[in-house]
Write a new protein. Structure first.
Length: 183
């Protein structure tokens, strides 16, 4: 009986690991959690963007939910929408955000999401999806929408403000979309 239980646990762990690797391969982004200091930088940049009293803030690829939770605490009158494609991090975030009335977590590919109602966007992705994400945001966001990128910035876009992280800590950049560079 003990061997059967251990075998089941081993199979579950292997399936979870496979799932994480599969979705990392599909999206080009591993599930990495933001630190408290990184989340504080994102919050500070959003506050400087004057996003309004009751904004909708969308966390693209919310992963394990650390940034989503930090946003909900910092902006208690906001609606925080976390979008995550990978099933295991999605369920972890759902569990972590239970009882938080200002958080909605959805298992979705953010390229398929309707972002028109977003007052601000945040993302902590990798360099690979950033060009595709920039083109997507160009199509769907109204001009002037604040977008904060953590660690991996948008190339060729004008940064409105930045918070530099020391050492290995990621830096954050605020853009007012489309933030195109002057030619």
């Amino acid at each position: 009986m003990l061997h059967a239980v251990l075998l089941c646990v081993l199979v579950m762990v292997l399936l979870l690991c496979f799932s994480l690797l599969l979705y990392q391969g599909l999206t080009g982004v591993p599930t990495v959690s933001s630190t408290r200091a990184e989340a504080a930088d994102v919050v500070a940049l959003l506050r400087s963007a004057h996003i309004g009293a009751h904004p909708t803030i969308v966390d693209l690829g919310c992963g394990w939910g650390a940034l989503t939770l930090a946003l909900a605490s910092a902006f208690p009158r906001a609606t925080i929408v976390g979008l995550e494609l990978s099933p295991f991090p999605y369920w972890v975030t759902r569990l972590r955000t239970l009882g938080r009335p200002n958080i909605r977590v959805m298992r979705a590919n953010f390229y398929d999401a309707d972002l028109r109602g977003a007052d601000a966007i945040v993302c902590y992705l990798m360099i690979k999806p950033m060009p595709k994400l920039a083109a997507f945001l160009d199509r769907v966001l109204p001009d002037g929408t604040p977008v904060v990128a953590l660690t991996f910035w948008f190339r060729g876009r004008k940064v409105s403000a930045a918070k530099e992280g020391p050492g290995l800590r990621g830096s954050a950049a605020l853009y007012h979309w489309p933030a195109k560079q002057q030619e």
